[in-house]
Design a protein around this ligand. Structure first.
Ligand code: GLV
Ligand code: GLV
Length: 333
């Protein structure tokens, strides 16, 4: 029997590719660069399965270009790049990679929090420039973390993990929830409080964003939100760039309306808003939240297992449209 054809839009850790090769003919984008839209649509035209990236729009045009598609596996937990409703309408299962990058992303948020609070990158730049004049009592004074209030915007898996890691620093924790649902893990283990967004803005010393990008969270952090934050507060974003109105953030950082920011994601990646690169009170990373060897390997094998299941007409482990499988006991028609 001929094996199904699979396309992987960018090289991923080879554990995933090897696993897929046991069930499919696998072709991988040979160049370590993103495909153009035309290249992507052309590459998937004969494919039964695709593993793709958060930088690719998986929409009606994509599905039209891949008429044989039996499944699409996102190499990411965030899936704002996928038109899930359109996939479902066409009966095409789609999956993401939740769980396996939770700790990596939460740890990245802490790295940004400390880097911003203790001015790590700014100080590193001075050391390298050779301009450090020796120890000084007023140099590079930052903000302490212990006992400060941590605000978690979006207490899902990653937000919960990030908050639990605050235990070493005895931080009161506030959180918001789009569904207004209590997070019993955070409440029981940390005494965290579910609060309205405005309360979180007003009371937090550090705010970490972990909400998915949806119409409701786009530009959640704008000039109005920054004006409600403490002038001593720091903002960390490892979720999705458009949750912050980046021009407004630049203005707030410049005016000292908030103390600093640690960013891993941007509104129009790979670009940054004008002015951001010149601000010493912003720490900026190139979207590396999940970039640990453990997470990236586990993301590759999970995406591969998901796609293998979909090719076999079975429900993938982490399915975004599981209702496709509910009607007929776990297999597609
Ligand atoms: C990365 O941004 C992801 O969603 O996995
Ligand atoms: C989001 O999907 C999360 O894992 O927190």
């Amino acid at each position: 029997m001929e094996k199904p054809k699979v396309y992987v839009t960018r090289m991923i850790p080879k554990a995933g590719i090897e696993l897929l090769r046991t069930v499919a003919d696998v072709e991988v984008n040979p160049d370590d660069r993103p495909l153009s839209r035309a290249e992507l649509l052309n590459a998937v035209s004969e494919c039964h399965g695709v593993i793709g990236l958060l930088t690719e729009k998986i929409d009606a045009e994509f599905f039209d270009a891949a008429p044989r598609l039996k499944g699409y596996a996102n190499y990411a937990v965030g899936y704002d790049n996928i038109d899930v409703a359109e996939a479902t309408r066409r009966g095409i299962p789609v999956s993401n990679t939740p769980g396996v990058l939770t700790d990596a992303t939460a740890e990245c948020a802490w790295a940004l929090l400390f880097a911003a609070a203790r001015r790590v990158v700014e100080s590193d730049r001075v050391m390298r420039s050779g301009s450090w004049s020796g120890w000084g009592p007023l140099q590079f004074i930052g903000a302490g973390v212990r006992g400060k209030t941590l605000g978690i915007v979006g207490a899902g898996r990653i937000g919960t993990a990030m908050a639990l890691m605050s235990r070493g620093f005895d931080m009161p924790v506030l959180y918001t929830s789009s569904s207004n649902r209590k997070n019993t893990v955070l409440e029981d283990r940390l005494g965290a409080r579910l609060v309205p967004f405005d309360t979180l803005l007003a009371e937090s010393d550090f705010i970490s964003i972990h909400t998915p990008l949806t119409p409701a969270t786009r530009h959640l952090f704008d000039a109005k939100a920054f004006s409600r934050m403490k002038r001593s507060a720091y903002l960390v974003n490892t979720a999705r760039g458009p949750v912050i109105k980046e021009d407004d953030l630049v203005a707030a950082l410049r005016a000292g309306e908030i103390a600093g920011a640690g960013l891993d994601v941007y509104e129009a990646e790979p670009a940054m808003a004008d002015g951001l690169a010149g601000l010493d009170n912003a720490v900026v990373l190139p979207h590396v939240g999940s970039a640990t060897i453990e997470s990236r390997t586990d993301m590759a094998t999970l995406a591969a297992r998901n796609l293998a299941a979909m090719l076999a007409g079975q429900r993938p482990e982490t399915c975004l449209n599981p209702q496709l499988f509910d009607r007929n006991n776990g297999t597609t028609a």
